[in-house]
Design a protein around this ligand. Structure first.
Ligand code: IPE
Ligand code: IPE
Ligand code: MG
Length: 245
């Protein structure tokens, strides 16, 4: 990290990523280090989610996508899943409504089907209640898996062909993008993964074709505003070529 510190970009010259993705990872390890149940790590991570979302909105980020629960996370013990569902419910009832002061538009990406009727209703209520705001778009990835998202897009496109809405030859990259949960949004410029894991874990596979990745050796519940600033500095030190020279 010292290397990047030397290249610190003065704030006035800093380029802000338009869209940031965050894989909110490391809650379990944070709790384990403190001999606490994993659910305590998720509770601590939830608070950081609230703080960092607000911070991104304050500094002028236009789109933030946070990975909260993957299609693979259902494999976890029932006790942990139950604690997470309870946490989601609390957040949907309280924290997300708080975002109205920041004009944040809340959207959920992922398949809502397996969630309880109560959670589904709360998710829809939050989306409907915030859709006319003019601030940062916050995508919360819940039961999100990028492979699942791509399969869903393929099915939609096949239906379009079958119903003669368009023909096979007109299928292009834009049409695929338009059939993803993130339709109409710019691709992420920067994806941050705290907790030190060097993998994507089924997050935004199509959308991250040219995203800059920043892996940080910090567990999500320990993540601070200054860590987000550091990730933006690292992003500024990168030379994005998009296949050019
Ligand atoms: C991320 O933290 C939160 C979810 C996946 C819901 P983890 O629970 O994966 O934390 P670690 O990776 O076990 O430390
Ligand atoms: C990715 O973290 C999913 C979320 C943070 C919600 P995981 O902890 O599930 O990823 P793996 O299992 O380490 O790849
Ligand atoms: Mg993890």
């Amino acid at each position: 990290m010292g290397f990047f510190k030397k290249k610190h970009t003065p704030p006035e010259h800093r380029v802000l990523p338009k869209h940031i993705g965050i894989i909110m990872d490391g809650n379990g390890r944070w709790a384990k280090k403190r001999r606490l149940p994993r659910s305590a790590g998720h509770n601590a991570g939830g608070k950081v989610f609230r703080k960092i979302s607000r911070y991104c909105s304050d500094i002028g980020i236009k789109y933030l996508t946070v990975y909260a629960f993957s299609t693979e996370n259902w494999k976890r013990p029932k006790e942990e899943i139950d604690a997470l569902m309870k946490l989601f419910k609390d957040y949907l009832e309280e924290a997300l409504r708080d975002f109205k002061d920041d004009s944040i538009v809340v959207r959920f990406i992922g398949d809502k089907t397996p969630f309880s009727d109560e959670l589904k209703a709360l998710m829809i209520e939050n989306e409907e209640g915030s859709k006319d705001r003019d601030g940062m778009v916050l995508n919360i990835a819940m039961n999100y898996g990028s492979r699942d998202e791509i399969v869903r897009a393929v099915k939609n496109i096949c239906k379009g062909v079958k119903n003669e809405e368009f023909d096979i030859d007109s299928i292009d990259e834009d049409l695929v993008s338009d059939n993803l949960y993130t339709a109409g949004q710019p691709d992420p410029d920067l994806i941050i993964r705290p907790s030190g894991e060097y993998r994507i874990s089924n997050f935004l596979l199509w959308q991250s074709a040219y995203t800059e990745f920043v892996i940080m050796n910090k567990l999500w519940p320990d993540f601070k505003e200054k860590d987000l600033d550091e990730a933006i500095d690292i992003f500024n030190s990168r030379n994005r070529r998009f296949g050019g020279v």
